[in-house]
Write a protein that binds this ligand. Sequence first.
Ligand code: MN
Length: 248
Amino acid sequence: MPVILVTNDDGIEAPGIKVLAEVASDFGEVWVVAPVEEMSAASHSLTMRRNIRVRKVGSRAYAVEGSPVDSVLIALFELLPKWPDLILSGINAGYNLAEDVFYSGTVSAAREGALYGIPAIALSMERKEEMHWDTAEKVARDILSEFAGRRDFRLLSVNFPSVPYGVLRGRVWTYLGNRTYERPVRRNGDGTYTIGGKPIFTVKEGSDVWAVLNLYVSVSPLSLDLTDWKYLKNASSSNLSQNSAKQI
Ligand code: MN
């Protein structure tokens, strides 16, 4: 039976992780290891300036007083009886589209698994007043039916709108689109600052942003390679400095 690690960044009590763990239990032996508190926008952070407390909260469930990536590391190296066959992260309450994958704890937790060679899937649903967790359950089931037994991917980020399941138009492969914030920082009356602001999405056909706006389930395969190979190719024809080539 495959071992599946389920984590998130909304905290172990969040509705999304319960849905995901429940669906995943039809596909393998599920271990839930997740932050005790909400850690949204924690990105790929590690807790290194204090020790991390872990509490057993079920026969195969642990609450971690740390980040999503802390949770994955502790699961992999201390808690699980064997290396998992799959890592699932989410289901996040809120999209993780475009550049937001840099901030997302949901995607980072999955990416940590992918860095260790474990196929990983992050799932995120649109955040709005009416959260369709029944839709999330069905979408997660569709995704697992398609990918649970496969090992030909490293890291997938799945996003879908919070609408009745029947309204969805199917799954599409997408690339990461673009998003800026109208005003990412706001100064408050008491002299403090608030990070946030209204996202402005650029809608390019075939992107993740385009897909969810058109009621598709967006599946983006993500790379772990951040090198700008296009730039490097051109750059390597000229040396950075007179001595750099010799030193290498
Ligand atoms: Mn979150």
